[in-house]
Design a protein. Structure first.
Length: 25
C-alpha cells in the first residue's frame, strides 16, 4: 500500500483520521 504523506508526518492514529477526512494515499 502507498503511505500517504499525512501518515508520514503524523502518527498512525492520525493517519487513519486523515484517510477518513479524505487524505487518500
Amino acid at each position: 500500500r502507498t503511505v500517504s504523506p499525512c501518515c508520514r508526518v503524523f502518527w498512525a492514529v492520525l493517519c487513519l483520521r486523515c484517510a477518513v477526512n479524505g487524505a487518500s494515499p
